[in-house]
Design a protein around this ligand. Sequence first.
Ligand code: 4NP
Length: 150
Amino acid sequence: MKTSVLMVCLGNICRSPLAEGILKNKVNPEKIFVDSAGTAGYHVGNKPDIRSIAIAKKNGIDISKQSCRKFSKNDFKDFDLIYVMDKSNYKNIISLTNKVEEINKVKLLLDEITIDIKEVPDPYYDTDKGFKIVFDLINTACNTIAEKLT
Ligand code: 4NP
């Protein structure tokens, strides 16, 4: 059976589209389905932020065809693993359920790796350098996730 992984951030235009594209690039699509969503609906239907598209492209990954969507309660049923970028995403998501088995699906992405920081910083108001830091953090965590799932 396929394992399904959902990457979640606030806007679904900067961090989680990168996480979706990066993990997809590391796993067999026949075995693992990867998607992303945002806890807010500000950008629904939009492509990822051009700075996320650019840093992905620089690393050989095309995320330009992705379309922003908002996290829905159904995602708890549709996905086996839900990775959030920060603690505020975590709070927002678990406030939508009181089922322990659903809450247990939600994990902080950076808990997958040994690192001082616990959250992928929101790069929306940052510079290109911020997007590179975000790319590298997500890429390292996705190496571990891909290894675990393969
Ligand atoms: P993301 O970044 O959560 O990584 O997609 C953001 C994108 C948009 C906004 C905030 C964060 N915004 O306020 O519109």
